[in-house]
Write a protein that binds this ligand. Sequence first.
Ligand SMILES: Nc1nc2c(ncn2[C@@H]2O[C@H](COP(=O)(O)OP(=O)(O)OP(=O)(O)O)[C@@H](O)[C@H]2O)c(=O)[nH]1
Ligand SMILES: [Mg+2]
Length: 311
Amino acid sequence: MTPYTVIGGYLGAGKTTLIRHLLEHPEGQRLGLLINDFGAINIDAALISNANHNTVELTNGCICCSLSDGFDEALSTLLDFNPRPDHVLVEASGVADVRTLAQYGHHPGLSLSGIIVVIDSETICQQAEDRYVGNTVLRHLLAADLILANKQDLISEQERKDLGLWLSEKSPQSLIWPAQQAALPIEIALGVESRAQEQSMPQLDHASSEHAFAHPTFARWVWQMPYAVTRQALEGFLDHLPSSVIRLKGLIDSDQGVLEIQVVGARRTLRKRSEIQHEGQQLVAIGLNPHFDAESLDRLANDWLASITQA
Ligand SMILES: Nc1nc2c(ncn2[C@@H]2O[C@H](COP(=O)(O)OP(=O)(O)OP(=O)(O)O)[C@@H](O)[C@H]2O)c(=O)[nH]1
Ligand SMILES: [Mg+2]
C-alpha cells in the first residue's frame, strides 16, 4: 500500500511552497504529486520543477466538487508510474474540503496517511471570522492531523503565542507546527498519521455528485496575456486590482524574463523565474461569488493593455 497525504489550507496559505520544500529535501523519498489548480494552465504544477517525482495535474476547478472521476484516474496514473512513488501527496485547491479528499485514501493500492493543513498565520483568525469563508477555514482546522502555522515571519512574538492558544482551542486534536516558507521536515510531513476513525471516513459514493460540505462558491478570472509586458507596467495593473480579488497568480513574460506573480490578499510578490518552462502567459484570479466580478476585471485588463500599448 502506498501512503497518501492530503495537503489542504485556504487560498495562498503556502501549500505549493510546502511541496517545493519537500521536493528540495526529499531524503530519498520519491513523491507522487497530484496538483489541483483553478486555471486552465496549472501554475502551481509549473512552479514545481524537480526530477525526482511524478506529477499529475488537475486543472479547471476544485477537485472536491467536480472532479471525482478525474481524481480516481489521476491517482491510478500516479500509482502506475515506474518506479512507483513511495508516497502520494495531493495539493488541494485552496477551497477544497480536505475531508472529502481524504476519503480517496480508500483508492485501491493507497492508504490514508494523514491530513496536513497549511495556514497563513497572519490572516487565519480574520478568515475564521469571515461570514463567507469562516466555515471552510474552521473545517480545515478541525480536519487537520497537523496544522502547519506558516508565515511566522509576518507576525509578532505576542501574536505567535496568541495564535498557538487560539489554534489549540479550535483544533485540540491537531499537532501544531510553526514555520516560515512552509519548512516542514519531510520525515514529519510523511509521518503525519490520520486520527480519522474508519466510521467517520465513509467511502465516497461516486454515484452522487454531492459531497458532505458545500463550501462557498468561488469565481475565477483567467487572463491570457497577448504579449510580453514590462515589469513596471505589470505592477501598474496589479496596483489597481479590486479588493474582491482574494488570490491572484501567474507566470508572465516581461522585459526581465519570466515573472512569477503572487498576490494573497493585500500582499504581493513578483519574482524572476527564468528557469521555468511555462506553456503560456496567464494570470488567474479567484474571488467569492457574488462579490467577484470577472467582467470588470476583463475591462480593467483591456483598458490597461490599451493604455500601455498607446504609451
Ligand atoms: N512572507 C511569507 N510568504 C510566504 C511564506 N510561505 C509562502 N509564502 C508566499 O505566499 C504566497 C502563496 O504561496 P503558495 O505556496 O503558492 O500558496 P498556496 O497555498 O499553494 O496557494 P493556492 O494554491 O493558490 O491556494 C507565495 O508568494 C509564497 O512565496 C512565508 O512563510 N512567509
Ligand atoms: Mg498552490
